[in-house]
Ligand binder design. Structure first.
Ligand code: ZN
Ligand code: ZN
Length: 407
């Protein structure tokens, strides 16, 4: 088996991995990093088959170029396919607005959608002389790990979360000979989730008691749903806005990929959805706003924050990692955001909570040990050495972009 990473291996960048096995070439994910400017993986040679682990753009963002060039079939789950389609159209729109290069068009996205071979968790396919089984990765609904069984067994993890969240059950280890594992949170452990949840709810209560508003920027995919389910514990006047609305609908249409479809449906129904300009105006005075984008880099959350920018009693509760250079990061570091070229001071209280959907360092180690492989290939992280050090009982590989690894 020959592995080549075309991107996203030594950093949390646009992931793409080639696997050549007995004359068949597979490609696992083919993403783009929606940074400024965006980052892309290297161009692949002819591939026979693609597998898509999940619908985040750093994994799926360049898939249409594979369909456009090689017409490859893509194996993935139903929610992944639908959310991927949504994000691809959105990325096209952003590329047009920002003047980024366009590598595909709307008709390629359509072709990509019909190139998908839809599978459920624990279903199997015979491809390239191997039996391929799909396991839940626990990262976002529909996220998958691929187990390839030939003479030897290989597991490609995609992005994983081994802890149970409100939205999903955590991923379990799969016995294999070769484990190809993500390391986004290598070297870092997450705080206790229930304490984080309580801390956020306490801050919302505190904010409301002072007459302020709680504005919660969220990612559309996974985080919107997780936060709505958490807020459903309280008795708040909640309004949600942005792309998460469509993702809610997609996930509720695919109940089998959720831990509790009833709990998500209840949370969504107990909150108010903003679906018109008039409602957005009304939502300006809500107790709690849940809206994209998660890093405050555009989306309706900008309007809500600008509306309350002088209110010291209002809180902005960030719910994920904030990439340096984004508004979310500037809010945390300097209490300002950029809007149409102007720097605007924000007087609201700003806090950040770790609602990560990735396994932390200790969970990665536990997962790898549970898989009990002979070889481990670490990918998709900038602190892989720290993970490798703690897994010294295994034969661990830390390949670079473009390097060929023969196993
Ligand atoms: Zn992801
Ligand atoms: Zn990723």
């Amino acid at each position: 088996m020959k592995l080549t990473f075309l991107g996203g291996v030594s950093e949390v960048g646009p992931l793409s991995m080639l696997m050549e096995h007995k004359g068949t070439t597979f490609i696992f994910d083919h993403g783009m990093l929606p940074a400024d400017p965006p980052e892309y993986p290297m161009r692949p040679p002819m591939v026979d088959f693609a597998m898509l682990s999940h619908s985040h753009l750093d994994h799926c963002g360049m898939l249409p170029t594979l369909v456009r060039t090689y017409g490859v079939p893509i194996l993935s789950t139903h929610p992944t396919i639908e959310v991927t389609e949504l994000l691809l159209y959105d990325s096209l729109k952003i590329a047009e607005i920002e003047g980024y290069p366009l590598f595909f068009d709307k008709s390629d996205i359509k072709k990509t959608k019909s190139a998908f071979d839809m599978v459920g968790y624990n279903s199997k396919r015979d491809i390239g002389g191997m039996e391929i089984e799909i396991h839940s990765a626990g990262h976002i609904p529909g996220s998958a790990m691929f187990e390839l069984r030939g003479e030897k067994t290989t597991l490609f993890s995609g992005d994983i979360n081994t802890k149970n969240t409100r939205l999903q059950w955590g991923a379990h280890p799969v016995k294999c000979d070769t484990l190809i594992m993500e390391t986004t949170y290598g070297g870092e452990d997450h705080p206790d989730r229930s304490e984080t949840e309580q801390d956020l709810l306490d801050t919302v209560d505190d904010t409301l008691s002072k007459g302020g508003q709680a504005i919660i920027p969220v990612f559309a995919v996974g985080r919107t749903q997780e936060i709505l389910m958490l807020l459903d514990e309280g008795d708040y006047d909640i309004w949600y806005d942005g792309m998460g609305r469509t993702v809610n609908r997609i996930y509720l249409n695919h109940e089998g990929f959720l831990r509790s479809p009833d709990a998500l449906r209840r949370a969504v129904n107990n909150a108010n959805q903003v679906h018109s300009h008039r409602m957005r105006k009304k939502a300006m005075d809500a107790e709690v706003i849940v809206s994209t984008s998660g890093m405050v880099s555009g989306g309706p959350v900008m309007n809500y924050i600008l509306n309350k920018r002088k209110d010291k009693n209002t809180s902005i509760l960030l719910t994920g990692y904030q990439v340096p250079g984004t508004n979310g990061n500037m809010l945390l570091e300097k209490g300002v955001i950029q809007d149409r070229g102007a720097t605007i001071p924000i007087d609201c209280q700003v806090k950040r909570y770790d609602f990560s959907a990735h396994a932390g360092h200790s969970e990665l180690l536990e997962f790898a040990r549970g898989c009990d492989p002979e070889e481990i290939v670490l990918m998709h992280g900038d602190a892989r050495e720290l993970v490798a050090e703690d897994l010294s009982e295994f034969n661990v590989h830390i390949p670079k972009e473009g390097e060929v690894l023969e196993l």
